[in-house]
Write a protein that binds this ligand. Structure first.
Ligand code: UD1
Length: 416
């Protein structure tokens, strides 16, 4: 007997479990799932899931998944850190603030070229997979660690789940786009955050039954931590607060190689930001890649453009949630601003997250200085785009993912 995903979810209600899983049927991409086996909590053995993080944006995505997996007796979660990011502000602070358990293994791969990083992770993770013999490897996002571990797992015949699958910028000059396409080609379980990702995966020939619309785990973290984040003292430290009320300010992040690696492009972008900063103080937490380029270039900036070191998750979420305007080239921040209802200008020519444009507060302004300044002035004059929250960005994506994994992933089936 086969059941559709929606029917299986109906079965949960019918069985009267106390778990809440609600996926509107229209959102479920008509997936055909395996035979429904009843109460999975009583099935044995436990489902061993090896979860992977490597770089900063992976951490808010893995946090709710680890939390959810730890709630289930039937799951044995293992966490592997590749060490792609290793600094306190890019890694450790996120573990502490978000309560992510310490990794069982750190591959300590460190920085290097794409080929070096990917190859080192491949080499170093294989013995870990052979030792732990997981039933499934779960990867998130689109960084080098995502593709490297997926490839090592797939070659060993281990199932791969990709969380945040199907996003496409259709720009192969972005290293992340290559990582996305390859990871999705290898993954057996494709968890998507928005409708268009489903179409992208189907166009690439991925089977319908492996695609699951579940919402957005990064927004799970945002919802979970927002009230705590708003207790941060960063507003006082940066002089953005007058007693309890916040002044108007903007937030800037820039770290894409296409924007920061060339001095001319970086100079042009910062020139546009300077013009905006003459009207609105802008806080710029500087990524290490950008920091290196700024030090080499000697570019000057407006005094109201305030460069600070990278900040931890809670401080950054606090700043985002209180900002009048966010300028960014990050993928995740386009989604976070949409979830917060904060106007966002994306300084790129394309986005792999189109729902933030069609439904959210995001505007793709590109890198032409006059367009950036014009769009920022519109927002400052009260003509900001009003968005709405995309479907299923409700804080319960990790719950849905774990339920589906418990239902579908075969246990101890691999011959190493
Ligand atoms: C990586 C991801 C990118 C993600 C970004 C978030 C890939 C291909 N890129 O880019 O998708 O948006 O992380 O930050 O996986 N460095 C430090 N401390 C660290 C790590 C790096 O100072 O903990 C410095 C190193 O000098 C390194 C540079 O930052 O050379 C860039 O780091 P790297 O991991 O190569 O790429 P990111 O630009 O961070």
């Amino acid at each position: 007997m086969t059941k559709t995903g929606a029917e299986i979810l109906d079965s949960y209600c019918f069985l009267g479990t106390n778990r809440e899983v609600s996926i509107p049927k229209g959102q479920f991409a008509d997936v055909i799932l395996l035979e429904y086996t009843g109460n999975h909590e009583k099935m044995s053995p436990r489902l061993k899931v090896l979860n992977v993080v490597g770089a900063r944006p992976n951490l808010p995505k893995i946090a709710p998944l680890m939390r959810e997996m730890q709630r289930h007796e039937a799951i044995e979660p293992i966490l592997v850190h590749t060490g792609q990011h290793y600094d306190e502000n890019l890694s450790d602070v996120f573990f502490r603030q978000m309560g992510i358990p310490s990794p069982h293994v750190n591959l300590e791969v460190g920085s290097g070229s794409h080929a070096f990083q990917t190859a080192e992770i491949l080499k170093r993770v294989e013995p870990v997979l052979l030792e732990h013999k997981p039933d499934l490897v779960l990867v998130v996002g689109d960084v080098n660690s995502t593709i490297a571990v997926s490839l090592a797992a797939a070659k060993l015949g281990i199932g791969v789940a990709h969380v945040e699958a199907g996003l496409r910028s259709y720009d192969r000059s972005m290293p992340e786009e290559i990582n996305r396409v390859l990871t999705d080609a290898l993954a057996d379980y494709l968890f998507v955050t928005e409708e268009e990702a489903i179409q992208n995966l189907l166009r690439e020939g991925r089977p319908r039954g492996s695609i699951f619309m579940v919402g957005n785990v990064m927004i799970d973290s945002l919802r979970h931590f927002l009230s705590l984040a708003q207790q941060s003292v960063i507003g006082d430290e940066l002089g953005l607060k007058n007693s309890a009320s916040w002044r108007r300010f903007g937030v800037l992040t820039l770290h894409r190689p296409s924007n920061v690696d060339g001095v001319q492009k970086l100079g042009e972008l910062l020139g546009a930001i300077d013009t905006i900063a003459s009207e609105l103080p802008i806080i710029f937490p500087v990524h290490p890649r950008t920091q290196q380029r700024l030090m080499q270039s000697g570019i000057h900036h407006h005094p109201q453009l305030r460069l600070i070191s990278s900040v931890g998750y809670l401080d950054f979420l606090c700043l985002l949630s209180k900002a009048t305007l966010v300028l960014t080239d990050s993928g995740g921040i386009q989604e976070e601003t949409t979830a917060l209802g904060v106007p966002c200008l994306t300084l790129r020519e394309n986005t792999e997250r189109p729902v933030t444009i069609s439904e959210g507060t995001n505007l793709l302004v590109g890198t032409d200085p006059s367009k950036i300044v014009g769009a920022a002035k519109d927002i400052l004059c009260g003509r900001a785009k009003v968005g709405k929250i995309p479907p299923l960005w409700d804080g319960r994506a990790a719950t849905r993912i774990v339920e589906i994994l418990l239902q579908l992933v075969p246990r101890e089936s691999i011959n190493y």
